[in-house]
Design a protein around this ligand. Structure first.
Ligand SMILES: C[S@@+](CC[C@H](N)C(=O)[O-])C[C@H]1O[C@@H](n2cnc3c(N)ncnc32)[C@H](O)[C@@H]1O
Length: 306
């Protein structure tokens, strides 16, 4: 995990490389996620968004690709995930760190070659990413490139904790310059300007705040009983219990999205909660790990009026 000291160093040494007029807060800015992330909620926004209540502050402890955050009203926001490279990446985009921008430009030059060489470059970057022990700006750039070009947008680690997804040939002609330009677009920067970024376990993150009824927390943890490994550690039954205990006493408004299993039914068996169930169809069925269609539950501690 990135410690807070490292994070603040990045902010302090930042020199903006692409200056933008982002002085005014615009509440209506909405954008798309900056990278592909497994378990992303982009295809479920029509279920989620109409049920988000009016709020003053937005919290997201399991941020991932942040599809709900990027699509929702632009309020002061507090975003967190345990994945260190992911959160370092957002921090660097937010600050438009000079070295980060330069490394992305260097990648564009290197990528300007034929298809076969592109595959070799992907594997070179994958090896460098796996070999890197520390969380650095270079590693965050490699992480972003791997997210862009990994087969099926998958995120998979082997037993040694190494990222081992092969090259996604169908992305070989993707307009990466357009994507990189998007990372410094005014809509993305206006959104992130209002966000504080953390890299902590969800409970250490939530412990930092005093919540009130005008706060909204969108909660999208790894699912229990399916692929839930985003890093070396699993989010196991104990973590699901820890989360349920926390949410049942939460003082603000929360919306939890989760696969509806027997454990989840048991943990959220409270007449103070609203539970709405819908079908979720998965695009990929990876070695039988997913049922193609499963029930998702949207659990709130407020009335959604729908
Ligand atoms: C289902 S994904 C979130 C997807 C996100 N809502 C989106 O639209 O892309 C769950 C996230 O929880 C993160 N995570 C796993 N364990 C965690 C923990 N203990 N505390 C905080 N985040 C954790 C994972 O790294 C992963 O990004």
């Amino acid at each position: 995990m990135i410690n807070e000291l490292m994070f603040s160093n990045i902010t302090d040494t930042v020199i903006n490389c692409r200056t933008q007029a982002i002085s005014k807060f615009d509440e209506n800015i909405r954008c798309k996620p900056l990278l592909k992330w497994p378990g992303g909620k982009a295809s479920e926004l029509s279920e989620i968004n109409p049920r988000i209540p009016k709020h003053e502050r937005y919290f997201e402890p399991f941020f991932g690709g942040g599809s709900v955050y990027f699509d929702s009203i632009n309020k002061p926001s507090y975003i967190n995930d345990t994945h260190p490279d992911l959160m370092m990446f957002y921090k660097l985009v937010k600050s438009q760190n000079t070295k980060f921008c330069l490394l992305l430009d260097n990648f564009i030059s290197e990528w300007n070659t034929n298809k076969n060489e592109r595959e070799a470059i992907y594997f070179k970057i994958r090896k460098r990413y796996n070999d890197a022990k520390r969380i650095t700006i270079e590693k965050a750039v490699d992480f972003f490139i791997l997210r862009e070009y990994a087969y099926g947008g998958m995120f998979r680690l082997n037993l040694k904790g190494e990222f081992n997804v092969p090259f996604g040939h169908n992305y070989v002609n993707k307009d990466i310059q357009k994507k990189i330009d998007y990372l410094s677009s005014s809509s993305v920067l206006k959104k992130l300007k209002r966000a504080e970024i953390y890299n902590l376990d969800f409970q250490c993150f939530t412990n930092k705040f005093k919540f009130n009824k005008n706060d909204f927390m969108f909660v999208d943890p790894p699912y229990h009983c399916s692929f839930s490994k985003y890093d070396k550690d699993d989010f196991g039954v104990n973590d699901q219990e820890r989360l349920a205990n926390y949410l049942l006493n939460f003082r603000g408004k929360f919306m939890l999205v989760i696969q509806y299993t027997d454990l989840i039914k048991e943990l959220y068996k409270s007449d103070k909660l609203n539970i709405y169930i819908y079908d979720k169809k998965y695009k990929f069925n990876i070695k039988g790990r997913f049922n193609r269609s499963v029930k998702h539950a949207l659990i709130t501690n407020y009335d959604t009026n729908i």
